[in-house]
Design a protein around this ligand. Structure first.
Ligand SMILES: Cc1cc2nc3c(=O)[nH]c(=O)nc-3n(C[C@H](O)[C@H](O)[C@H](O)COP(=O)(O)OP(=O)(O)OC[C@H]3O[C@@H](n4cnc5c(N)ncnc54)[C@H](O)[C@@H]3O)c2cc1C
Length: 424
């Protein structure tokens, strides 16, 4: 019997395992379906990782290696090349590997850290012929950065998520001509720093409120047709133009990998596509915790690490029997005006003077200057001023438990007031 089984050996899973170990758990197993630990970071060879956590600019593999080295010094057990097939609410985990075959392991707690996958062509109903030369940006990233294959020479990118932006720069550095980045929304889905460093610095045009309406070619992509879209995302006739290219990269969103979560009957929030969680990262199934991209799509790995540590520490508290939740008041967090979701969705209010609950959320549109307002019924209980909020960037506020314990309500809301509009 393990104290804890962590599913996924990416930054979230490694941070959770390490934190649980530091809290005293000894029988910890990390299960990873890939041949090595590190998760998606292994293929992200660009820099920009760890600015918040390590106060240094690292590449993805460098960031991952720091945690791999840390966990290697512990007695945490690892099974790589091992795929988890099933999780039960009683913390039984079924897995399969070439070396050990089918196995069922029991644990006292589980941390779900399976990351996310890219939305592919089928998910966005892309028109045009089914040709060679169409890749998701992450697949192209793996080919170029890990397998050493160049995927094309004249490239168009559909979607402006971070992976697409990073690949625009990567393909340029490898000698390809990136002709355009086409985004259906009126704003980019990626970090501002990636738009500047990947597109602007390489003179790659970004077409906002545009989409691809046709793909032509014989065997491989030869041309795409781009058109402007209206407020309802419908192509506007007469605005079409064509781009001759041999490659189309799709960067049209990420989906948390929650098949195991759903199968286990753990309630999933349809807005985040991750489990509903309390502030200690526990799902609504006792003893099962979730963190990282499987919970909600993150932009920065630093926050994935912090969330993983929170989940690992909470799993240790749970296993040691120290989780005294019965007497704590539960508060529901509602996503208010301009906010698309919050994680966590529930807070157990402890009243402890030095504790606070980190709350992550995203806004539904770009806001130049705003105030994040936390409200209990009609009363504003906290306000945080923020500049430059955009749907592509995750926002975070820390709510002190002391403040929450004073609000004698069952529900609070997090909303954003657009103060730049008030100034006009
Ligand atoms: C292209 C790209 C660029 C990025 N750029 C930056 C950047 O510049 N700066 C930054 O801070 N962040 C960046 N990020 C974000 C950051 O890398 C991610 O947020 C982070 O890696 C997510 O960590 P994770 O552990 O949740 O998921 P992952 O890293 O995806 O790890 C999940 C792991 O779970 C394993 N797994 C899944 N299902 C199973 C199963 N059934 N059984 C066993 N194992 C399983 C997977 O194989 C994987 O290894 C970038 C991300 C991408 C994709």
């Amino acid at each position: 019997m393990y104290d804890l089984i962590v599913i996924g050996g990416g930054p979230a899973g490694l941070a959770a395992a390490q934190a649980a170990y530091e809290e005293g758990l000894r029988k910890i197993l990390v299960v990873e379906r890939d041949g090595e630990l590190g998760g998606i970071l292994n293929q992200c060879i660009h820099n920009g990782f760890g600015l918040h956590y390590f106060k240094e600019e690292l590449t993805g593999p460098e960031y991952a290696l720091r945690f791999i080295r840390m966990v290697e010094k512990t007695r945490i057990e690892f099974k790589t090349d091992t795929m988890v097939l099933d999780v039960q609410p009683d913390c039984t985990v079924s897995m399969i590997s070439k070396e050990e075959g089918y196995q069922v392991c029991e644990a006292r707690s589980i941390v779900l850290a399976m990351g996310c996958r890219e939305r592919a062509r089928g998910a966005i109903v892309l028109p045009g012929a089914r040709l060679a030369g169409i890749f998701t940006a992450g697949t192209a990233q793996r080919y170029v950065n890990i397998e050493g294959h160049m995927v094309g020479h004249r490239v168009v990118i559909l979607g402006s998520g971070d992976i697409g932006l990073i690949m625009a720069r990567r393909m340029t550095l490898e000698g390809a001509k990136v002709l355009a980045c086409v985004e259906i929304m009126p704003y980019s889905g990626g970090l501002t720093r990636n738009i500047v460093q990947c597109l602007h610095d390489n003179d790659i045009p970004l077409y906002l409120s545009h989409t691809i309406v046709d793909i032509k070619g014989k065997n491989r992509v030869e041309q795409v047709t781009v058109a402007k879209v209206d407020d309802f995302k419908k192509p506007v006739t007469g605005t079409e133009f064509t781009i001759d290219c041999d490659t189309l990269l799709l960067s049209v969103g990420l989906i948390p990998e929650n098949e195991l979560t759903r199968k286990a009957g753990i309630p999933v929030d349809e807005r985040t596509r991750g489990a509903y969680v309390f502030d200690n990262m526990e799902t609504l199934t006792p003893g099962i915790f979730a963190c990282g991209n499987v919970l909600h799509v993150h932009d920065l790995v630093d926050y994935v690490t912090l969330e993983g540590q929170r989940a690992g520490r909470a799993a240790a508290v749970y296993v040691k029997g120290d989780q005294k939740t019965e007497n704590l008041r539960m508060m529901t967090l509602k996503a208010g005006k301009e906010v698309t979701y919050t994680v966590p969705q529930y807070i157990r209010v402890s009243g402890s003077a030095d504790e606070s609950a980190p709350v992550f959320f995203r806004v539904g549109r770009g806001i130049l200057k705003g105030a994040v307002v936390v409200q209990a019924e009609d009363e504003k209980i906290a306000t945080f001023n923020r500049e430059h909020m955009s749907p592509g960037e995750m926002e975070r506020v820390a709510l002190p438990m002391k403040l929450l314990s004073r609000a004698r309500v069952a529900e609070i809301s997090v909303s954003v007031e657009d103060t730049s509009e008030l100034l006009k």
